[in-house]
Write a protein that binds this ligand. Structure first.
Ligand code: ADP
Ligand code: F6P
Length: 322
């Protein structure tokens, strides 16, 4: 018999992502439409442990779908990674009558949700990360906005790079995942691409490529470097010394995490939020929402976390060839 859910909580956790607000809005409004009560938890698991808990109604999520960041705030919380912290979190949920929790975040946040579920609080995860590094889903909230922000910035860098006939290294986010770099490499027509999943430490190959391109008359050379590889500034110095061509590094940084979400991020985040509210209402627990094979579906958190994520080899080859 599925547990009857009366009141749910919703929190955002880990790195923020544009579209999280759309997801919060959908969780709140669809849950209310399903007859549930909703509480917002501020600042992720940290806010749960600090009892930063507010009542939410339809109006609490008005005028937020177009806003970047998360109105609930987000945090990283070491205490919640301990069994004591998790037991305390579950106890606080019970104190506030929260029988289910929707967790919007990345895989670390799902691990927290898994622990909360084991403590008897129903949990549903929604993939909120600009990194696209959650295997069970082809879409994560914020990725689309992030790659569009990065793509526009790289176009601008390309203009000045061409004018000065420079090499440009552009560092994009993704400490452990190269998806932003991969998509930008294709979208911006990059000459080289460095991903944590594929890095071979062969800087000479890049240097040879730059010299080769220059001989063919190319006026710029764009290298997209993922944050996981990093060291763009020192790499630029070495490349300049080896090629004799002026080389500049630009680290795009946190601008990729902010800004008004794209249409896709608003719509998919809304659909995922509504889906999470529905499966929560059905009494499901330890689930994560994903978009796969052209439809929204849900997966067991354990299974989702165990799926191996790898860079699409064909896409990587295309990025290199084009
Ligand atoms: P993301 O969700 O974006 O991957 P993190 O990995 O930083 O971000 O995780 C966010 C939060 O989730 C952590 O600060 C912590 O509170 C919680 N968390 C992460 N791993 C675990 C774990 N193994 N057990 C319980 N909670 C966890
Ligand atoms: O997970 C999203 C992300 O932006 C990664 O690409 C990046 O490596 C990380 O978060 C940075 O996190 P922090 O906010 O702790 O600097």
């Amino acid at each position: 018999m599925a547990k009857q859910i009366k009141t749910i909580g919703v929190l955002t956790s880990g790195g923020d992502a544009p579209g999280m607000n759309a997801a919060i809005r959908a969780v709140v409004r669809k849950s209310l439409a399903n007859g549930l009560k909703v509480k917002g938890i501020k600042k992720g698991y940290q806010g749960l442990l600090n009892e930063e808990i507010i009542d939410m109604d339809r109006r609490s999520v008005a005028d937020i779908i177009q806003r970047g960041g998360t109105i609930l705030g987000t945090a990283r919380c070491m205490e919640f990674t301990t069994p004591e912290g998790q037991a305390k979190g579950a106890e606080i949920c019970r104190k506030y009558g929260i029988d289910g929790m929707v967790v919007i975040g990345g895989d670390g946040s799902y691990r927290g949700a898994q622990k909360l579920s084991a403590q008897g609080i129903n949990t549903v995860g929604i993939p909120g990360t600009i990194d696209l590094d959650i295997t069970c889903t082809d879409y994560t909230i914020g990725f689309d906005t992030s790659i569009n922000t990065a793509m526009e910035a790289i176009d601008k860098i390309r203009d000045t790079s061409s004018s000065h006939e420079r090499v440009s290294i552009v560092e994009v986010m993704g400490r452990h995942a190269g998806y932003i770099a991969l998509w930008c490499a294709i979208a911006n027509g990059a000459d080289d691409i460095l991903l944590p999943e594929k890095y071979d430490y062969n800087e000479q190959r890049i240097i040879d490529n730059i010299i080769d391109n220059r001989k063919k008359g190319k006026t710029h050379h764009i290298i997209i470097n993922a944050e996981g590889i990093g060291h763009s500034t020192s790499m630029a110095r070495r490349i300049e010394a080896a090629t004799g061509i002026e080389t500049r590094a630009t680290i795009l940084g946190y601008m990729q995490r902010g800004g008004s979400p794209t249409c896709k991020d608003r719509v998919y985040a809304s659909m995922m939020g509504a889906y999470a509210a529905d499966i929560m209402t059905q009494g499901k627990t330890n689930r994560v929402v994903g978009y796969r094979d052209g439809k929204f579906q849900d997966f067991d958190i354990e299974e989702a976390l165990n799926m191996e994520k790898s860079i699409d080899e064909y896409m990587y080859q295309i990025a290199r060839i084009l």
